[in-house]
Design a protein around this ligand. Structure first.
Ligand code: AHR
Length: 646
């Protein structure tokens, strides 16, 4: 293939081409990026997932009972754990004076010699000290413990006890648990104590209290993301019309957060709430793309026209909470008072709902087209005219998106389907600004569609196909707001979708970067700010087996991103930069980075074999006397060519 990169023409691109999307699926929030170690820390429940003692166990025959007390810790957290010495038949071991309770975390806990910052609330008259400890769940070996004074515990009030636990040694595996024990002889009045909101964090990213897991944030940062679409996804919609993600119930002290029935088969703590998402944006310098609830739930129910203004007002309040001045707006004042966060955040993008073309179609979709989206558009135009609105369907989903709003396209496809979409966006008009808020290869070519299972892992050929789709998006990046993979994270112990950028477990050594992570990382780290037209000189522009996009980089470099699909032999590439007088090449030296996989196109990056199937090579290229850069790219490869900015 002979490619001539033109010196004029092209388009200025979006400044946020690659980003992230997050909702709590696959225990990617609780048990994932949210660093809380204690699972079921506040016995939260819902009609879908009733409150339980899941992941708690008794120490030394203590009787553990879930209680709904007349004086709960807070209206948001009505359930608590009652702990009493064992009764007949379950008498405490007389050699051990202490009783208590243990938690096995999100399938284990990583124990290192580092600070663990924790707290719990206790209710009941008690004299003495509690012991908080980390130990092996197999042998009981204690790696570290700390005494937590208990003397201020009082009969009818809840008292918060804080502690810092520093293990004396690291545990050999993550099969560990956390325990609180105490001598029941210290109980004054009655024979039991009540506990709630038992929480413990390891060091977090940028040391944020209630913060994020360091290794996961670091791996995300390496993708060089520019935005975060939050908080979903199906999670935003909720299962039923009254169980959507309620932003106002995810803010403030943890004891005021009731949690919610997750849509992915588990209860959510919402410890990772709206503000934590914004901190994530702050810490990775990401543009927030805030999705507000649009009045649709996953069961297909939707808000009638007569009530839509209430839903719109709820969204306006959310944006005011984030962006309003502390001194002059109601919700800005709330932000400042409960968070001490005087400085408003800046929000440039707001998405209305999630996939409103899908659940409850056709009537729910009709309601979106007929009045729901319009109600938001009118209100936002008035109150936040500078915010770019995004409709949750795209122009490809059967909705005419009223400009200046953009649409959101979610391709979950086979590799062949992705490759066939390389030129899909060439037809987008200037009025069809499109966001790719979720994308991933989910089925093998010829595999079952949505009636069958999704693939259990991203695989190499699928990741190459995603690259080709993305090159097509980059060619049109004046009409594309940005693109993100979804779902981005997946806990190895419980997941609903196999597709992921990263797999994780309690043990950070098991954190695995998928084949797609490698591809999206390469593309995301070579930012094209202006595209350059490319002429295919040997024949009229043809599509495949080589796919490409060219442009100018942030530092004035020339960048060409390429991918090869459906080839049996390496593709020979000869690449030339147009120079006005055809005399000299613009640059004589370049770097070529190539990602390849093994022979098996279905190869995956597996957390247990720890083998990375993606091979990355980097080579220096020199142009010949005619200014041609010549190189070859293997079948199923993704490459970035970049001149050194000479
Ligand atoms: O990414 C998984 C799900 O796929 C999202 O929650 C939803 O928006 C889409 O259907």
């Amino acid at each position: 293939a002979d490619l001539l990169i033109r010196s004029s023409g092209g388009n200025v691109t979006t400044s946020i081409m690659y980003g992230l999307m997050h909702e709590d699926i696959n225990n990617s929030g609780d048990g994932g990026i949210y660093a809380e170690l204690i699972r079921n820390r506040a016995f939260q429940g819902s009609s879908k997932f009733p409150s339980s003692l899941e992941s708690w166990s008794s120490i030394n025959y203590a009787t553990l009972t879930l209680k709904k007390l007349a004086t709960p810790l807070s209206p948001a957290l009505p359930n608590s754990l009652n702990v009493a010495a064992g009764t007949a038949g379950t008498k405490p071991d007389p050699k051990k004076t202490k009783i208590g309770f243990a938690n096995t975390g999100y399938w284990g806990m990583d124990v290192k010699v580092q600070n663990y910052t924790g707290s719990f609330f206790v209710r009941g008259g008690f004299e003495g000290a509690f012991t908080a400890s980390l130990q092996s769940a197999i042998t009981g070996e204690v790696f570290g413990s700390v005494e937590v004074p208990g003397t201020q515990s009082v009969k009818d009030g809840w008292v918060q006890r804080n502690f810092t636990l520093v293990p004396a040694r690291a545990a050999p595996s993550s099969n560990n648990s956390f325990a609180v024990t105490f001598d029941p002889a210290g109980i004054r009045e009655g024979s039991s104590l009540d506990f709630n909101l038992i929480s413990m964090f390891p060091p977090t990213y940028k040391d944020r209290p209630n913060g994020m897991r360091i290794d996961i944030m670091e791996a995300l940062a390496k993708l060089n993301p520019k935005f975060l679409r939050l908080p979903g996804g199906n999670m935003l919609e909720g299962n039923t019309i009254d169980t959507y993600w309620k932003w106002n119930e995810t803010i403030g002290p943890l004891k005021n957060r009731p949690g919610m029935a997750g849509v992915w088969k588990y209860q959510l703590t919402t410890g990772m709430g709206l503000v934590e998402y914004m901190h994530w944006c702050d810490d990775l310098n990401l543009e927030p793309i805030v999705a507000v609830w649009g009045g649709l739930s996953l069961d297909g129910a939707y808000t009638p026209k007569s009530a839509i203004n209430t839903v719109v007002q709820y969204a306006l309040d959310e944006i005011e909470f984030l962006t309003g001045a502390a001194a002059t707006t109601k919700w800005g004042a709330v932000r400042a008072s409960i968070l001490g966060h005087d400085r408003p955040w800046r929000v440039k993008y707001v998405e209305i709902g999630n996939e409103d073309w899908l659940a409850g179609r056709p009537t729910a979709f009709d309601s979106y087209k007929q009045y729901r989206f319009q109600a938001f558009q009118t209100a936002f135009a008035q109150k936040y005219p500078d915010i770019q609105l995004i409709a949750s369907p795209s122009v490809f989903d059967g909705m005419t998106i009223p400009a200046p709003a953009a649409g959101d396209y979610h391709p979950y496809l086979t590799p062949d389907e992705f490759v066939a979409q390389f030129n899909k966006f060439d037809r987008l008009s200037k009025n069809n600004l499109t966001f790719i808020g979720e994308a991933a290869t989910v089925h093998a070519n010829g595999g079952k569609g949505w009636d069958g299972n999704l693939m259990p892992n991203p695989w190499w050929a699928g990741s190459v196909a995603e690259a080709i789709f993305l090159l097509g998006a980059e060619r049109n990046a004046d009409r594309i707001i940005g693109a993100t993979y979804a779902p981005g994270l997946r806990n190895l112990n419980r997941w609903q979708w196999g597709m992921t950028l990263m797999q994780h477990a309690a043990d950070p050594a098991l954190t695995t970067l998928s084949t797609s992570w490698h591809v999206w990382r390469l593309l995301g780290n070579h930012v094209i700010t202006k595209t350059s037209p490319v002429t295919h000189t040997s024949k009229a522009f043809s599509i495949g087996p080589l796919y490409y996009v060219a442009g100018t980089g942030e530092k004035g470099t020339n960048i060409v991103k390429l991918a090869v699909y459906n080839a049996t032999e390496p593709v020979q590439v000869s690449l030339q930069f147009e120079s006005k007088n055809d005399a000299k090449p613009k640059a004589a030296r370049a770097t070529l980075t190539v990602l390849t996989g093994p022979k098996d196109p279905y190869a995956v990056n597996d957390s247990f074999t720890r083998v990375n199937v993606v091979n990355e090579t980097m080579s220096a290229l020199t142009a010949d006397e005619k200014g041609l850069f010549k190189f070859s790219l293997p079948p199923l490869s993704v490459a970035v060519f970049e001149t050194g900015g000479e």
